[in-house]
Design a binder for this molecule. Structure first.
Ligand SMILES: C[S@@+](CC[C@H](N)C(=O)[O-])C[C@H]1O[C@@H](n2cnc3c(N)ncnc32)[C@H](O)[C@@H]1O
Length: 498
């Protein structure tokens, strides 16, 4: 049975548009795990499209007209974007490895590539090129992942949550083989590694060129250029007879043969995505070169949080115009900077007890100011954000003066220690309770030290009530985001400043 038959009518989504109809796209977006619903709400609010949340945690799908692509790139909750070529909700994989791989190979020529490739082409002028990162910003090999992906423990992109995941984000480029399978896939590497190490400036050649899925070329001014591609396969599930490398290799070989494109692991024009999650298969084309979460930060620290996660945390507490929002342990300022960018009608205050962190946050705010100035927009008033050095245990803020506290607490692994957390967490909750307005104040707190947090919270149950918990994956660590609501009870004043 051929692959398409094997998939039966389970191909639920295809991006092929009827003749004459406006070009539309089903967009897939990777989002911080745990914040899929938040992302779906943002898409509904800003694009008016309903989203479906994938069984494969950390992804959402929504349909938009292709003309809305600029707005899609401005979403705050999404990390990476791709256009869906086709989705199979219940793909039947053969048990035998060779048969299963042959089906994947055969699938390539049956997929509706034309419209997704048009969307890819339109997207080329919109997507942000990969930024070259200064290596002297890094703090040694151990911190490299942290700088890229944020969170206390940083590390990998946060979409690999399954224990059975096979080589999460494992791209394989297939060397030209004249249509034959290659036994040794070239340059198998981790995508995160590529993002950190590669300076992909050469991919800029795409600007203003036409892609043709028929000829497999880009037609520039009078000259035709063969497109370069790579296939990235993500596979999760324990019932597959093949690895992600094998799937990428064979699928990639068929893509090469079908389009006559040239395989290139690093300097590729088109990145074809093959996502396999149990019986769910999604074929897509990447629309982002680097995760959109890198938008705000220029000066990274050891535990810089992803802007997308910061956005999810801020959204949880539903900021209202004129709210005063404080991040008392701001580090490099990922949360307040995201807050000031997205909620400019609130006043944001950030602080940290580390002078180095305060300096980095200040530098990041300066970068944002410069970016805003160069946009020649109405943001000339500046960024509604101040940064101060302080100790969370005795904040120089009036009792009851703050509407919202949002912070990413030391997990006690890379930052601070679990032992210190036993004193720090109750003191934090007390002081946050003091500065927050009784009855309406709220706090959104991220930590991986859930045991210590639960104990600390039980000690201040009179001032804080837990309203919601969102389980998130922070660089591979199982962490929690707690939404707390301030009760009407008076908080104890350990020290009075004002
Ligand atoms: C997990 S990091 C925050 C990272 C931050 N979200 C970012 O994006 O860079 C926790 C921060 O808490 C700060 N911190 C630890 N103890 C503190 C205290 N007593 N008062 C204020 N800040 C403190 C650390 O210096 C560190 O920057």
């Amino acid at each position: 049975m051929a692959a398409a038959e094997a998939a039966g009518d389970a191909g639920l989504r295809t991006a092929a548009a009827p003749e004459g109809a406006e070009l539309a796209a089903v967009i897939g977006a990777t989002v911080p795990t745990g914040f899929e619903q938040t992302a779906a709400e943002e898409v509904q609010e800003k694009l008016g499209s309903a989203s479906s949340i994938s069984r494969d945690r950390g992804k959402i799908y929504f349909e938009v007209p292709a003309r809305s692509l600029p707005q899609v790139h401005r979403l705050r909750s999404v990390d990476n974007l791709f256009v869906v070529v086709q989705e199979f909700k219940d793909y039947q994989f053969k048990e035998n490895k060779e048969d299963a791989l042959k089906d994947l190979e055969d699938l390539v020529k049956k997929l509706p590539w034309t419209d997704p490739l048009k969307v890819w082409e339109l997207n080329n002028s919109l997507k942000k090129k990969k930024t070259k990162r200064k290596k002297h910003n890094l703090q040694g090999p151990a911190s490299r992942g942290k700088l890229s992906d944020g969170g206390e423990e940083g590390g990998a992109d946060q979409n690999s949550t399954s224990d059975q995941e096979d080589c999460a984000q494992n791209p394989v480029a297939v060397e030209p083989t004249g249509g034959q399978d290659t036994e040794n896939p070239q340059g198998v590497t981790s995508r995160n590694g590529v993002e950190e190490e590669e300076d992909n400036e050469q991919s800029d050649v795409k600007v203003g060129v036409q892609a043709s899925s028929e000829s497999g070329t880009q037609a520039g001014e009078g000259e035709a250029k063969v497109l370069r591609f790579r296939v990235t396969c993500n596979r999760a599930g324990d019932k597959h007879s093949f690895t992600s490398n094998e799937a990428a290799r064979d699928f990639g070989g068929a893509v090469q043969e079908h389009f006559q494109w040239k395989a290139d692991m690093t300097n590729f024009d088109v990145e074809v995505l093959l996502n396999i999650h149990n019986n769910e298969v999604v074929v897509g084309i990447a629309l982002t070169e680097e995760s959109l979460h890198r938008r705000n930060i220029t000066h990274f620290g050891p535990t810089t949080l992803r802007s997308t996660l910061a956005y999810g945390m801020l959204r949880l507490c539903d900021p209202q115009p004129t709210d005063i929002i404080v991040d008392p342990m701001c580090g490099t300022g990922a949360i307040p900077i995201e807050g000031a960018a997205e909620w400019p009608h609130c006043y944001h205050i950030a602080g940290d007890n580390s002078p180095q962190a305060v300096k980095r946050a200040a530098n990041n705010i300066s970068s944002l100011l410069r970016k805003n100035e160069s946009k020649d927009s109405s943001t000339a008033l500046g960024v509604p954000l101040d940064v101060i050095q302080w100790d969370i245990c005795s904040l120089p803020l009036r009792t009851g003066s703050v509407d919202i506290v949002v912070t990413d607490m030391p997990f006690g692994k890379r930052m601070g220690s679990k032992k210190k957390n036993w004193d720090l967490y109750p003191a934090c909750l007390m002081e946050m309770g003091r500065i927050c307005t009784p009855g309406t104040g709220r706090a959104v707190l991220l930590t991986q030290d859930k045991k210590c947090f639960a104990k600390a919270l039980s000690r201040v149950g009179h001032i804080w009530r837990r309203a919601q918990t969102v389980w998130v994956n922070v660089g591979g660590l199982h962490a929690a985001v707690y939404l707390l609501r301030r009760t009407w009870e008076r908080a104890d004043e350990t020290r009075s400043f004002w």
